[in-house]
Design a protein around this ligand. Structure first.
Ligand code: SF4
Length: 358
């Protein structure tokens, strides 16, 4: 730890304690420092006002603190706020503040880009560049929470890991970020308010159950037969619907928690009566609820949005068959609301005039 520069937020509490001792400071400074990092949301060494200046200088010499910066925001007529965040090494990731009458939800990213190349997704066009670390994931929550206070005079009620990237392919940082968001010496939110959404990696779903993960789990299903799902989500080739079903049953048995399916309605592709029948069968087998999502078409993409009336008919069919299904209206149609769209479009352009929330 002593020679190389360390990202301070990559250290565990035990490592922070060891560093504090090594720098000749009193042990209680470790707790103070830890709270600045995770509870009091420090964005620079200067923020840590009750730590001695000399100690802060030593910390700055030995470690780095690399918070995300809000580089651009777009506000939709419907209140949705889309954010482009810049990482310390110059990449853009996206987060969204989604207001509804009962909730203020932050949709956050877990990776820069994504390796899974789902064909309906703008992020899939960006190659996976790297994982976000836990601090960078938490920063999105902190910064979107500030926007929630700024625009809606209240804090976030819910967090969904549904932005750029596949959280279960960045497992350790996802788990650590949830821990820091929920810890009493972190942001203090309830795990019941957090949903991690996966494209479907069977062995990692089992691992979540084995690790007793307490947050909600959502599966981005989008098609309930393998041929169709293979076409739009290449990850399905190694994680077939049958394998996913076994993993989800294992998960629900072990955690006693239901899962939710996310199902984007793509016009003429997965919104027929037969698709609804297949979805009913699959959702019944794992007792899943279904969120039907109105699609935000992406530039040059092959899919369109299902008409509202057809979406309602689809939902009513599920309802009649005993599947709890809600329609999630597409938000922010007047801005670059589809996941990955803002990053795709603006990555090199936003450095000038970027806004630092402090
Ligand atoms: S939908 Fe999710 S998993 Fe698929 S490419 Fe987009 S970000 Fe990656």
């Amino acid at each position: 730890m002593s020679e190389k520069i360390t990202d301070i937020r990559e250290l565990s509490l035990e490592q922070v304690k060891a560093l504090v001792t090594e720098l000749g400071e009193k042990p209680y400074r470790a707790k103070q420092l830890w709270e600045w990092l995770w509870m009091k949301k420090a964005r620079s060494w200067d923020d840590m006002s009750d730590l001695p200046k000399a100690f802060r200088a030593q910390l700055a010499e030995r470690t780095v603190l690399r918070p995300l910066v809000l580089a651009e925001e777009q506000k939709s007529e419907d209140g949705t706020v889309k954010c482009a965040f810049r990482t310390w090494d110059g990449h853009i990731v996206e987060g969204v503040l989604i207001p509804t009458p009962t909730r203020l939800t932050a949709c956050i990213s877990s990776q820069i880009g994504c390796s899974l190349t789902c064909s309906f997704c703008a992020t899939g066009r960006l190659k996976r560049i790297r994982n976000l670390d836990a601090g960078e994931i938490v920063d999105q929550v902190v910064l979107i929470d500030r926007l929630a206070h700024q625009y809606f005079k209240q804090g976030l009620t819910n967090i969904v890991y549904m932005g750029m990237g596949e959280p279960l392919l960045n497992y350790a940082n996802t788990m650590r970020s949830v821990d820091r968001i929920c810890a009493a010496d972190g942001l203090g939110m309830s795990t019941r308010r957090i949903t991690v959404s996966t494209a479907g990696i069977a062995k990692m779903i089992r691992k979540l159950a084995d690790d007793d993960a307490k947050f909600n789990l959502a599966l981005s299903l989008h098609a309930a037969n393998d041929a169709k799902r293979d076409r739009i989500m290449p990850i399905n080739e190694q994680n077939s619907l049958g394998e996913l079903k076994d993993a989800l049953r294992y998960y629900t048995r072990k955690t006693r928690r239901a899962v939710t399916f996310e199902y984007i309605l793509l016009r003429g592709f997965n919104d027929s009566l037969q698709d609804a029948q297949e979805l009913v069968r699959y959702a019944s087998d794992v007792h899943a609820k279904v969120n039907l999502i109105e699609y935000n078409p992406i530039d040059g993409g092959e899919f369109g949005r299902t008409d509202s009336r057809d979406a309602e008919a689809f939902q009513q069919y599920l309802d009649r068959k005993g599947i709890v299904a809600r329609i999630r209206r597409s938000r922010g149609r007047d801005i670059d609301a589809a996941c990955g769209q803002l990053a795709n479009k603006n990555a090199p352009a936003v450095k000038e005039g970027e806004r630092v929330l402090k």
